[in-house]
Design a protein around this ligand. Structure first.
Ligand SMILES: [Zn+2]
Length: 214
């Protein structure tokens, strides 16, 4: 069984944050204030990403295909209405880095097993997603031949944004994959983190009602 594990550090993030970013947006069924004033989470509405070490997959997946699938994975979270995402421009510092190097102090376990790790935003490695280069990463169109990035990366992005595993029917953030793309159930939990007062209950999933606000 493939078992992705979140990379969790016990050392809390210490950094300066902006305290002036509060916006109001319409969140599907109601208007809520989205707060980007949470030091343990992200404090802006647009996040950029980049890939480090893409040559690790040379010969198996072209850089163009990889970037397209990564872009799809990030954009799959935009439906929550909390963040937008784009690839960082050349030379621009990115908020989120995807790397094929192992997480600090760990080693990859080869093909299958652990597929990736992600750092929660309140940890020192905030913004880092680690994907095991031994997996046969592929695009959705070649899913019979490998593991489509879009069936794994959206889960790790959820962790990087601050979401933990669910016990319920959120098939993006459950403990084992492959995962579905985020839907209303995942979006409700993300809104609950960044838009206080937003119910964690999506009409399609009453079982996540017990989740707590951060
Ligand atoms: Zn996970």
């Amino acid at each position: 069984m493939k078992l992705p594990l979140a990379f969790i550090s016990l050392v809390l993030l210490s950094q300066c944050v902006r305290h002036d970013l509060v916006e109001v947006r319409t969140v599907k069924w109601q208007t809520r204030t989205i707060s980007y004033d949470k030091p343990r989470l992200w404090n802006k509405a647009h996040l950029t990403w980049r890939v480090d070490d893409a040559r690790a997959l040379a010969g198996r997946l072209s850089i163009e295909d990889m970037h397209r699938e990564i872009d799809k994975s990030f954009k799959s979270w935009e439906g929550a209405g909390i963040f937008t995402f784009s690839q960082a421009r050349e030379g621009q510092q990115a908020d989120i880095t995807i790397t094929f190097a192992p997480p600090p102090g760990r080693a990859w376990d080869g093909q299958l097993g652990t597929m990736g790790h992600a750092a929660f935003p309140w940890t020192p490695h905030r913004g880092h997603i680690y994907l095991d280069p031994s997996e046969w990463w592929s695009t959705q169109s070649f899913s019979m031949l490998g593991d489509p990035i879009t069936q794994w990366l959206p889960h790790e992005i959820g962790h990087v944004l601050g979401l933990q595993h669910t016990q319920g029917m959120d098939h993006t953030m459950c403990a084992t994959g492959p995962y579905d793309l985020p839907d209303d159930r995942s979006f409700a939990r993300l809104r609950h983190l960044y838009a206080p007062g937003t119910p964690v209950i999506a009409f399609s999933n009453l079982s996540t009602a017990a989740s707590k606000a951060n």
